[in-house]
Design a protein around this ligand. Structure first.
Ligand code: ATP
Length: 358
């Protein structure tokens, strides 16, 4: 296992020397350290550059600028074989005609490991993945989730890999089985302590698997944090909106003397903003908006039942503001007043948390 460092990485698919404008780069300047043994998720919408970053780490692509280091060694120009990364893809990569046992043994046999060492390792991995009873069946006979478990097993079976990278590994799995494989992966990380990087556009998958989530948008890392940090302290309005269901309310505001004003009212916030000339917004999650006796005048436009709570959509000063109301709490009708929890209300300038990083 290795610590993986990304140092000022930029990537463009245009051949050198053609990339000269910022927009020619699908990955902007990225720097990040992935600690040895960490469980990371790389989360972002389609096209934000997740697969490009994964392919740069595994060696399928060579970066236009910057370096990739494994334990301090610059591997930016090493072949994928020399980097020794195990990858699990969206679709199971297995040999249908071989048995489950032979599929799991394959990466070890390929490296000339003796059968006496292979046998206990294959059995250990099969047991972790609940594949023991199928070991002598042909892989072709297994269901999609069974086949993807073999793929996971092939990634896990070698003890010497630098890291294991998963690229949307649950895409082909039935929704009701997804949570099982998701929790299995989390358990496997806890048992094996391998460096794992899990790429997904699905926030539930990212937040349940990872200790640290790296959120990307438009080729940039917008925040690296624990699931709680991403929820409670979004560093960018994109993170606030992308994570959470429904996402954070983002409201245009004016800033005077460091304070935010919305709908003509002074809004108490967790941070202040000193700069000028930027687009300023207030971010507050629906969980931290409440009905109040006085406050921001709003009108209820929609109530949607979401099980244990209701999502109430209101309009105030031309903006939509959502709030979550528990099922046992009554909802007023018509005109209402809203109050925001000041500790969880932030000012953003040009999208970023004002006053520097949280
Ligand atoms: P998805 O979840 O849809 O796979 P992603 O976040 O993994 O998206 P990438 O596949 O890395 O994103 O794509 C990032 C950007 O690079 C996109 O604009 C995409 O069109 C572009 N891109 C990807 N591969 C190539 C390529 N081989 N040549 C040119 N442009 C590419």
């Amino acid at each position: 296992m290795a610590k993986i460092s990304i140092d000022n990485l930029r990537h463009s698919y245009l051949p050198f020397p053609n990339p000269d404008r910022e927009e020619d780069y699908v990955l902007k300047k990225l720097s990040i350290d992935w600690a040895d043994g960490g469980a990371y998720a790389l989360l972002g919408p389609s096209g934000c550059g997740k697969t490009t970053l994964l392919n740069l780490i595994s060696g399928l692509l060579v970066p236009t600028e910057g370096k990739i280091l494994f334990d301090g060694v610059d591997v930016s120009r090493f072949s994928p074989e020399a980097r020794n990364i195990a990858q699990v893809f969206q679709f199971p990569v297995i040999y249908d005609t071989m048995t489950v046992y032979d599929n799991l043994a394959f990466p070890l046999r390929n490296r000339g490991i003796p059968e006496s060492a292979i046998d206990p390792r294959v059995k250990e991995i099969a047991s972790m993945l609940d594949l023991t009873s199928t070991l002598h069946k042909r892989a072709a006979g297994l269901t999609a989730d069974g086949k993807q478990k073999i793929s996971l097993g092939r990634g896990l079976v070698r003890a010497d890999v630098s890291a294991i990278m998963f690229d949307e590994p649950l895409t082909v799995i039935d929704p009701h089985l997804k949570w099982q494989l998701r929790s299995k992966l989390k358990e496997l990380h806890q048992r094996t302590k391998r460096t794992m990087i899990y790429v997904t556009h699905d926030q539930t998958e990212a937040l349940t698997f990872a200790d640290q989530v790296v959120v990307m948008n438009n080729g940039e890392i917008v925040q690296i944090g624990t699931p709680i940090e991403l929820f409670e302290k979004p560093n960018h309005t994109f993170v606030g909106h992308f994570i959470g269901s429904p996402g954070m309310n983002v409201l245009p505001c004016e800033v005077k003397g460091g304070k935010a004003f919305f709908a003509g009212q002074d809004i108490k916030t967790a941070n202040t903003h000193k700069g000028s000339g930027q687009k300023c917004e207030i971010g507050v999650r629906p969980e931290f908006v409440n009905f109040a006796k006085s406050g921001i005048a709003a009108e209820i436009v929609k109530v949607a039942d979401a099980g244990r709570f209701r999502i109430v959509e209101t309009r105030a000063a031309g903006s939509s503001i959502k709030l979550l109301v528990p099922e046992n709490q009554s909802i007023p009708t018509g005109k209402v007043n809203l109050a925001f929890d000041a500790d969880h209300t932030q000012i953003y300038a040009d999208g970023w948390f004002a006053g520097g990083k949280l």
